[in-house]
Design a protein around this ligand. Structure first.
Ligand code: HEC
Length: 133
């Protein structure tokens, strides 16, 4: 009797945990979400949450340095590019080489596969394109 009760409790807890786990549309996006943990200290995927860095929701294909209300460095404010794949790759690999005066710390994600996953996740939280394949 006791055993079944414990078993039932375990099953219930397992169901609750499974219910809370976030599910992503593709394995790439899920892998990217893991890599995004390296960014979370300073960046939120929640647009209403103010953090040390600008929210990265909607960052994919956004003009650099244009999130309303965020106090960017002068270099990022004056940057004249959009956050496409090419710029995001360079940025996470060697951001100080893209903009010398940026306030963002160097994160050094140089593995192209990790960059692919991260970009898949950034596209996902930017809802770009509207429907993921
Ligand atoms: C130690 C804090 C920190 C970490 C970690 C960090 N960032 Fe940043 N990030 C910043 C700050 C601060 C800025 C604004 C820099 C400026 O104004 O020069 C920024 C800016 C950016 C921008 C430009 C956004 C815009 O609106 O133009 C992108 C893209 C970005 N970060 C991506 C990332 C990614 C991806 C990661 C993780 C791999 C990451 N950052 C990790 C602090 C951080």
């Amino acid at each position: 009797m006791r055993k079944t009760l414990v078993g039932t409790l375990f099953a219930a807890v397992a169901i609750i945990i499974a219910g809370c786990a976030v599910t992503y549309p593709t394995a790439e996006v899920a892998a990217g979400a893991e890599i995004f943990n390296k960014c979370k200290a300073c960046h939120s995927a929640n647009p209403s949450k103010g953090t040390f860095g600008p929210s990265l929701t909607g960052v994919y294909m956004r003009q650099a340095g244009t999130l309303y209300g965020f106090d960017y460095s002068e270099e990022l404010t004056n940057a004249m590019f959009v956050w496409d794949d090419e710029h995001l790759r360079k940025w996470v690999a060697h951001n100080k080489m893209v903009l010398k005066g940026t306030r963002m710390r160097h994160v050094s994600i140089t593995d192209p596969v990790e960059q692919d996953y991260l970009i898949a996740y950034l596209r996902y939280i930017s809802d770009y394109p509207k429907k993921m394949k």
